[in-house]
Design a protein around this ligand. Structure first.
Ligand code: SF4
Length: 69
């Protein structure tokens, strides 16, 4: 999710992704953010068939904009 939304570089490792997210999200929101991203990936932005057409983040998501062209 963080790669699709370009929050972290496409080639970031798991550890690098974790470090970047920890630096961007306030510590008190880490657990909530973790669960939000899991559920986002499970119900909206699935690996094989993300629901870009109905996504509220489409306007800021380059990946989604590429997919609906
Ligand atoms: S627009 Fe598509 S790729 Fe981007 S976050 Fe939404 S569902 Fe995921």
């Amino acid at each position: 999710i963080s790669k699709r939304l370009a929050i972290v570089p496409e080639d970031a490792t798991v550890r690098e992704t974790e470090k970047i997210l920890m630096s961007k999200v306030p510590k008190e929101d880490w657990i909530k953010s973790h669960h939000r991203m899991i559920f986002w990936g499970r119900y909206q932005c699935m690996t094989r068939a993300p629901k870009c057409e109905t996504c509220p983040l489409l306007e800021i998501c380059q990946e989604g904009q590429k997919r609906i062209k």
